[in-house]
Design a protein around this ligand. Structure first.
Ligand SMILES: Nc1ncnc2c1ncn2[C@@H]1O[C@H](COP(=O)(O)OP(=O)(O)OP(=O)(O)O)[C@@H](O)[C@H]1O
Ligand SMILES: [Mg+2]
Length: 246
């Protein structure tokens, strides 16, 4: 188990504005957030509250207008595009609601793609075997995405997110396109990965049951953090209801 006290991610006063013609939308208004190694963090909030924007900025997919993101203690604000891309490819894993698998590649090829892009094709073969067993997709590696069920697609996407052994997996509504049963299988895999393999996960979700798989929930409203709760608190569900009204 890593013993480092340095948070995996630290966002400080994160601010993001979108300009649409004359209109400026303040999507994030000074968000402070720390994600510790080995933590499973859920982000909840109403539609438009800034959840995806926050995840994009944490994932170095977009740049803030003010404030900054540190990855494993390293400030990213002054980095050029190449450095940001390298950090994103090697340290961050992404999971999307719509899986985003490449249709004409097999599951195996989809999973290995980030490793090849990062020039890590060799060690990835062992990692692939390990992940395929953990995620129960060993006998599906030769299938193309259209030959897989939704749950299998998301498990393949999760293996792809983990192939480079990232510091953190950033997931935007990973169960949003899955039925309740299949979604809960994916959530159990995430929970188990955090407990057993020391994965670190940040997951945006609308679903209180999904959020309850995490260790901690932070709530966004109008681009600001409006509260947080540990999921083991006896009143966690009341807090979810109060802060997101579900
Ligand atoms: N590319 C963009 N251009 C302009 N405005 C944007 C853009 N992306 C997001 N926004 C606006 O920023 C605000 C936050 O959007 P964001 O997508 O982060 O919300 P969200 O919490 O993820 O919502 P949802 O639950 O519906 O996915 C919204 O008002 C949205 O309309
Ligand atoms: Mg969103």
């Amino acid at each position: 188990m890593p013993t480092s006290d340095v948070p995996v991610l630290r966002a400080t006063a994160l601010t993001k504005r979108y300009r649409l013609g004359d209109l400026t939308i303040e999507a994030l208004k000074g968000v402070d957030l720390t994600v510790e190694a080995g933590e499973f963090l859920a982000v909840m909030g109403p539609s438009g509250s800034g959840k995806s924007t926050l995840l994009h900025l944490l994932g170095l997919l977009d740049l803030p207008d003010a404030g900054g993101v540190e990855v494993a203690g390293e400030a990213t604000a002054e980095m050029d595009d190449d450095a940001l891309t390298a950090l994103r490819r090697t340290k961050l894993g992404f999971l999307f609601q719509s899986f985003e698998l490449i249709p004409n590649l097999t599951a195996r090829e989809n999973i290995l793609l980030p490793a090849e892009i990062a020039g890590r094709g060799g060690p990835a073969a062992d990692r692939l075997r390990e992940l395929a067993a953990q995620l129960a997709i060993v006998d599906r590696l030769g299938h193309r995405p259209r030959q897989l069920s939704g749950g299998q697609r998301q498990r393949v996407a999760l293996a792809r997110a983990l192939i480079n052994d990232p510091l953190v997996v950033l997931a935007d509504e990973p169960t949003g396109n899955l039925d309740t049963h299949t979604g809960s299988e994916v959530l159990d895999l995430l929970r188990n990965g955090v407990d057993t393999f020391w994965w670190t996960v940040v997951m945006v979700t609308h679903d209180p049951n999904a959020a309850m798989h995490a260790d901690r929930i932070v709530f966004l409203r109008d681009g600001q953090i409006s509260g947080e709760t540990g999921t083991r608190m006896s009143n966690a569900r009341d807090i979810i209801e109060r802060l997101v009204g579900v």
